[in-house]
Design a binder for this molecule. Structure first.
Ligand code: HEM
Length: 108
């Protein structure tokens, strides 16, 4: 998956109400997303995930770019029972771009 991080920064506006990134990023409605690319699903200790997301983590789901793209297309289909209230990113390039943007933020 190859995206454009600069374009992804604009796409991320759709996520910002619920997600924080960057130095000192905090959990909001959703978990902070620093280091999310390559992270286990449901791995932020002080965030209260849905049982569905915890189950994905227990199954060993890792947020590779490919899995993130599938999740972000239709979150509620990919993680049935997720509490992420977001319909999804319909366009493939938007998904690729936001993933490239997220990849610029490493875990603290
Ligand atoms: C979870 C990305 C939009 C609320 C997640 C996760 C990712 C993600 C990767 C899994 C994190 C993990 O396993 O630690 C995004 C992106 C968005 C977006 C890229 C925009 C395109 C939103 C919006 C909301 C939201 C708009 C709030 C209305 C949540 C919540 C969770 C979550 C509550 C936890 C889900 C659960 O425990 O089932 N998001 N998100 N997200 N997100 Fe988002």
């Amino acid at each position: 998956i190859t995206g454009d991080a600069a374009k992804g920064e604009k796409v991320f506006r759709k996520c910002m109400a619920c997600h924080d990134t960057g130095p000192g990023a905090k959990n909001k409605v959703g978990p902070h997303l620093d280091g999310v690319v390559g992270r286990h699903a449901g791995a932020i200790e002080d965030f209260s995930y849905s049982d569905a997301m915890k189950a994905k983590g227990d199954e060993g789901l890792i947020w590779t770019p490919e899995h993130l793209a599938e999740f972000l297309e239709k979150p509620r289909d990919y993680v049935n029972g997720t509490k992420m209230s977001f319909a999804g990113l319909r366009k493939e390039d938007e998904r690729a771009d936001v993933i490239a943007y997220l990849a610029t933020f490493k875990a603290d």
